[in-house]
Structure formats: C-alpha cells, structure tokens
Design a protein around this ligand. Structure first.
Ligand code: SAM
Length: 224
C-alpha cells in the first residue's frame, strides 16, 4: 500500500461520517491558519481516542501536549459535561491560546483546563497537590520525555487508568535497535518501561493513514 492509498481511505472514512464534524474541522483549520504545525492526530485517530475514553467511562482525562486543542476536543466530548474534566498541558503559550479559542468555539470551556508550562513541571505540581487520579492519560508531546512522562503520570493514576501514547512506531524506526535518533531511542525506552512494569498491561496498535505509518501504545494500570 502507498501513502496516497492510506490518505484516500482516511478521506473516505471521514466523508462517510466516521471522522470529524464541522466544529472539529474548524478547530483544525483555525490552528493551521494561526501557523501551528499540522501535527494533531488525524480524524480517525481522534475518533479512536474519543471511543476509548467513552469505553473507559472516563470522567477525568489528562493530556500531555495540547497544540491547537484538536485531540482535547475529541477527548472532552467523550466526557459528561457536568462531571467531566480534562487537563491538557502545553509548553507554548501561542499553542495554548489557539487551543483555548478552539475549545471555547466547541463549547467545552467548562470541561477543558489548559495549563501552560513544561509538562514535566506541571505534572510534578499536580502530584504535589495530591490531584485526584485520572481515568485516562494521553501522552502526545516531546518524544524525548516520554519515559519521564510515564514515571510521572503513573503517580497520577489508579487501577484501571488507561495510558495512551502517540507516535510510538515512527515509520517503523522503532524496530531499529541501533537508531541514533533521540526520539526513537526515547520511544524504545518508553515501550520497554511499559512492557516491563508489573503495574501495567499493554499493547501497541500500529496505525496507517493520512499521517503515515505510526502507532499508539495502549496500557492499563493494574495496580499502583
Ligand atoms: N495532542 C495534540 C493533538 O493531537 O491535537 C497534538 C500535540 S503536538 C503533537 C505536541 C505538542 O506538545 C505541541 O503543541 C508542543 O508545543 C507541545 N510540547 C512540546 N514539548 C512540550 C513540553 N515539554 N511540555 C508541554 N508541551 C510540550
């Protein structure tokens, strides 16, 4: 299969209504118009996150890496508007501003709480504040920090918490043990740490689509 075929299938799925609606499309285009890089999850991946959050019955979601709020909107829409809460962490104030506007346009300001700062620092603050554990965590920021994020989010988890990490296949580079790429090495360390941790059960879903060949790590916390 070629990239053009993967993209065509994603477009087909989106056109039959599996993917984004007008609100999500506007959020994606607004981020692009503001000059943010188009590196958000694809509509099919956003839809997967939405369904996973619903299947988990999530009320509290933590996201590491907001960008323009596209995946945050997908995830927040899976939550009960009265009880749901999503905290999303973003280091770039411009990205956080665009995300805040997109979240407001989606009618989700009361659910989504965007915290600006380096995610590791914000996670430490959430831990220090004895923050109630999350039901689902989505890690999608700087790849080099994934192992650190795993350590930190485990301290904000409980039995049953789902921990999802994006971009863990990296076009197949994850299988190259001699890779000199820092991001590949960090993802390899993340996947090994998840697989070796007795508190976690996990798998990796390889994905192909408009964003190329990549994948999600899915883990479930069994004990803390
Ligand atoms: N989850 C978003 C979506 O699908 O709509 C995409 C997130 S994008 C791949 C990664 C984001 O992480 C960028 O907005 C980037 O600025 C942010 N980021 C990078 N390093 C970070 C850090 N140390 N702390 C917090 N955010 C960071």
């Amino acid at each position: 299969m070629s990239q053009s075929q993967w993209t065509a299938v994603d477009e087909y799925l989106n056109n039959i209504g599996v993917g984004e609606d007008a609100v999500l499309k506007r959020a994606r285009i607004a981020a692009k118009d503001e000059g943010l890089p188009p590196i958000q999850v694809s509509p099919a991946q956003g839809s997967l996150l939405h369904l996973l959050a619903k299947m988990r019955g999530a009320e509290r979601v933590l996201e590491v890496g907001t960008l323009g709020g596209y995946s945050a909107i997908w995830l927040a829409r899976a939550l009960d508007p009265a009880r749901g809460h999503l905290i999303s962490l973003e280091v770039d104030p411009k990205h956080a501003n665009v995300a805040s506007r997109n979240v407001a346009a989606a009618g989700l300001t009361g659910v989504v709480d965007i915290r600006v700062g380096a995610a590791a620092d914000t996670l430490e603050k959430l831990i220090a504040a004895d923050t109630e554990p999350f039901d689902l965590v989505f890690i999608d920021a700087d790849k080099e920090s994934y192992p650190k994020y795993l350590d930190l989010v485990l301290r904000l988890s409980k039995p049953g918490t789902a921990i999802i990490a994006d971009n863990v296949v990296r076009g197949g580079s994850v299988a190259v043990s001699s890779s000199a790429d820092d991001r590949v090495q960090a993802v390899q360390a993340y996947l090994k740490a998840v697989a070796d941790d007795p508190r976690l059960e996990s798998t990796v879903i390889q994905t192909v689509g408009e964003k190329g060949y990549d994948g999600f790590s899915l883990a479930r916390v069994t004990s803390v």
